[in-house]
Design a protein around this ligand. Structure first.
Ligand SMILES: Cc1cc2nc3c(=O)[nH]c(=O)nc-3n(C[C@H](O)[C@H](O)[C@H](O)COP(=O)(O)O)c2cc1C
Length: 396
């Protein structure tokens, strides 16, 4: 029986003889193909025979698919009345924040309370949003963050396809994505590294702070598949689910970090840093990129928001390491604020997940394009011709 299908990962349209086949262009699993008469697609009660035409449609599809986990609110802040918080109290965390959600909310509020100064009198110009990160040219100073485990939310996308959608969608919009690590990833069976390998190495794996020998194995494979950098989310030591599944995680000392930095020829990223002291310790260990982050508020309840600690960290380590920031960034207006506070680049977590679930590669690309468009507007109105011109004077 033939069927018309569209691949939500690479946008390939084809007539298939066997709807159980994977995509002939990118090899995506059959779950990522959208056949006209597929019952499981119909069960989402949504007619997505075509690719989504715009971001609104991507988000509507994501809302349907992530039912019970994320309502794709226009204002996503981890407030206690949000589905992600209510549904997860005492249960697995889903897309919400840890405990009360206070750290998640602090991320969003700390960005929202900053306002932008317009500077409108001057020559007209077209803002240049381009930048570079570890020698990689990016069309905007925004990358996908490290995320994992999305296949467990209503089983709407396989883990491999989720990773591929994030990788391809970011690449199509001229940027790159980090990839995450979770309890069902192992050195032997690792969807993040498999997906990065399929993309020719164009992705940055961030591993949980596993035992040193396990990390070394993962780093060795990352080098072999040509990743441009590797890293560890140091705040992942607060995860309890890893140990439950026989994959314990640990705090890392300066000595541990230095051992990993020296083990690899790749630039090393330390993610999850929230204090100037930890940032300095990372620099001392030889870390190239300090990723300021509280994991989207998902590991420790009651941390400050990232935008509150970022200037303090930037003051201490600017010019000694590259700084990324993530947590609560939804638009280019948020991006420009993080850059003004001292970040060299910004990472996006939940919105890349929603883009991938709602529209595969296309959804992620649309999400990144919206960030670029709103960043360009913010730069034009605050008189920043390029990324280097963005500084704290644009903040009110
Ligand atoms: C569902 C989910 C899974 C995540 N998985 C990881 C992970 O595997 N590794 C990691 O370093 N961070 C992980 N994060 C945190 C993100 O990398 C990022 O720090 C955070 O989502 C940024 O906040 P935002 O979602 O508000 O953009 C995850 C976040 C979410 C929401």
């Amino acid at each position: 029986m033939t069927a018309n299908t569209i691949c939500t990962i690479c946008s390939n349209k084809e007539v298939k003889d066997n709807i159980d086949d994977s995509c002939s262009r990118c090899g995506a699993d059959k779950k990522s193909l959208v056949p006209e008469d597929n019952e499981s697609v119909k069960s989402f009660d949504f007619d997505f025979f075509d690719l989504p035409e715009n971001l609104e449609e991507v988000r509507t599809r994501a809302r349907l698919k992530l039912k019970g986990y994320c309502a794709v609110y226009p204002y996503c802040d981890g407030n206690p009345d949000r589905i992600c918080q209510r549904e997860t109290y005492g249960k697995p965390i889903g897309l919400g924040g840890a405990g009360s959600g206070a750290s998640f909310t602090a991320n969003v509020e700390s960005i929202q309370k900053l306002k932008l100064n317009t500077r409108l009198v001057g020559e007209h110009f077209e803002p240049d949003t381009g930048t570079s990160f570890l020698g990689i040219d990016l069309s905007l100073p925004v990358m996908g963050s490290s995320t994992a485990g999305i296949s467990k939310y209503n089983d709407t996308i396989t883990e491999l396809d989720f990773c591929r959608a994030a990788l391809k969608g970011c690449k199509e919009s001229g940027t790159i994505t980090f990839r995450g690590d979770t309890w069902f990833y192992t050195p032997e069976d690792n969807p993040a590294l498999d997906a990065i390998e399929m993309e020719g190495g164009y992705g940055i794996p961030i591993f949980k702070p596993r035992a040193q020998d396990v990390l070394k194995k993962l780093i060795e494979r990352s080098e072999k598949i040509n990743c441009p950098a590797v890293g560890v989310d140091l705040d992942g030591c607060g995860s309890t689910i890893m140990a439950k599944h026989g994959q314990p995680v640990f705090r890392k000392s300066v000595k541990d970090l230095r051992e990993l930095v020296e083990f690899t020829s790749l630039p090393f990223i330390a993610k999850g840093i929230m204090t100037p002291e930890d940032a300095e310790a990372c620099v001392e260990a030889g870390v190239k990129v300090v990723a300021v982050s509280n994991h989207g508020g998902r590991v420790l309840d009651h941390t400050p928001g990232v935008a509150e600690v970022l200037p303090l960290i930037s003051k201490k380590i600017k010019n000694k390491a590259i700084i990324t920031a993530d947590g609560g960034v939804r638009t280019g207006y948020d991006v420009i604020k993080m850059l003004a506070l001292g970040a060299d680049a910004v990472l996006i977590g939940r919105d890349v997940i929603r883009g991938a679930v709602g529209g595969g590669t296309t959804g992620v690309r649309m999400q990144m394009e919206r960030l670029k468009q709103t960043l360009r507007q913010a730069m034009m109105m605050t008189q920043c011709r390029d990324i280097k011109e963005i500084n704290e004077t644009i903040l009110f």
